[in-house]
Design a protein around this ligand. Structure first.
Ligand SMILES: Cc1cc2nc3c(=O)[nH]c(=O)nc-3n(C[C@H](O)[C@H](O)[C@H](O)COP(=O)(O)OP(=O)(O)OC[C@H]3O[C@@H](n4cnc5c(N)ncnc54)[C@H](O)[C@@H]3O)c2cc1C
Length: 326
């Protein structure tokens, strides 16, 4: 049985791994993070829940709709058709639950940082924990991290990755006692792009009002290299001023910097994401597929990442492992 390693347990990596798995490949997923899901992630304990990455996702393609419908059936997703927007889904009770469900039955090594890759007929993948070998490899890390790993393997793909850029996003998580405000209007000249009360999304028994705040692209870019305490303070000051919240009512606060939040320029669509010289593919929201039925890609969504993982695994199998696709 051929062994495939997928780097990254975000939605692109999981989609690719699942496709290989269902085609009887021996599959291993490696990820440096603590939990599967990548940017579909949640911070939580008994007192709070914050979905600090993707808050929801849409499903427009046939393939992704099918997964979302299964998720709804298994009660890990619910339809979130608010503001007359359709085909929106949120994790139940949170986004991490969906990632767990989607990673079921896969062999995944979390907290495993890939440091280097060598290729001599087979791949040797060197991580902070141990070495792995593989006949085929898919890398789904964000573009610049993929570039670092691919540099000594495929110069042609490496050079094309230079075109890919992202918007960062500073995300603040706060819990406020006795605060009933659940909906937040965002003014045009605000530093925020998205504010949501997690308690308003799904019924839960949290005592405080958990609010997830995303700073907008301009603010996040301008403050990208500033220290976390400084940015946290600045965002909270702005929030308390606008929404008339007392600082003393904030019972919890934290901040996360997404250096690669949303893709600005994706991998040139017309170029193959499969290496011409070795069984290596790249996937992720930053390399969405060129054609996907009626679905129009933009490289900024969970669905783009999912479709890219599926496409990459199919093409890699077709090009290098002539097996019959299920
Ligand atoms: C704040 C924010 C809000 C968003 N809002 C939405 C939204 O509302 N709707 C929507 O559809 N999308 C949204 N997105 C975008 C969406 O989250 C992403 O498009 C999607 O999750 C990307 O999936 P991916 O698998 O391509 O990458 P990722 O989820 O980033 O997965 C890549 C994985 O690679 C791992 N990795 C990287 N380097 C290494 C290494 N060297 N070794 C091992 N592992 C490594 C990382 O740990 C990570 O888990 C949002 C993103 C952010 C950050």
């Amino acid at each position: 049985m051929k062994r495939i390693v997928v780097i990254g347990s975000g939605i692109a990596g999981l989609a690719a791994a699942k496709h290989f798995h269902s085609n009887n490949f021996n599959i291993t997923v490696l990820d440096k993070g603590k939990y599967p899901g990548g940017r579909i992630s949640t911070r939580k304990n008994k007192e709070f829940i914050f979905n600090h990455g993707a808050q929801f996702f849409t499903a427009k393609s046939k393939e992704f709709k099918k997964i979302c419908q299964l998720g709804v059936k298994d009660n890990v997703l619910i339809n979130w058709n608010t503001l007359s927007k359709k085909d929106r889904f949120i994790g139940n009770p949170d986004m991490r639950e969906f990632s767990y469900w989607f990673s079921k039955n896969l062999e995944i090594y979390q907290e495993t940082l890939v440091e280097r890759i060598e290729y001599h007929d087979t791949f040797t993948i060197i991580t902070n924990n141990k070495k792995f070998t593989a006949d085929g490899l898919i890398i789904t890390a964000p573009a610049s991290q993929t570039a670092g790993l691919i540099k000594n393997l495929d110069n042609q793909i490496y050079k094309l990755i230079e075109n890919v850029t992202y918007f960062p996003c500073w995300c603040v998580m706060i819990s406020i006692k006795d605060m009933n405000l659940k909906k937040f209007e965002i003014e045009e000249n605000s530093i925020f792009s998205w504010i949501i009360s997690e308690n308003n999304k799904i019924k839960n028994s949290l005592s405080g009002n958990c609010i997830t705040i995303h700073a907008n692209e301009k603010f996040s870019l301008d403050h990208l290299e500033k220290n976390k305490e400084f940015v946290l303070d600045k965002i909270i000051r702005e929030f308390t001023k606008i929404y008339k919240v007392k600082n003393s009512d904030i019972t919890y606060k934290n901040i996360h910097r997404w250096r690669y939040a949303k893709v600005k320029n994706y991998f040139p669509l017309e170029h193959s994401k499969i290496s011409k010289i070795m069984p290596l593919g790249i996937a992720g929201d930053w390399c969405p597929p060129m054609f996907y039925g009626d679905y129009c890609v933009n490289g900024q969504r969970v669905e783009d990442a999912f479709l890219s993982g599926v496409e990459c695994s199919k093409t890699l199998i077709n090009k290098y492992f002539k097996q019959i696709l299920i």
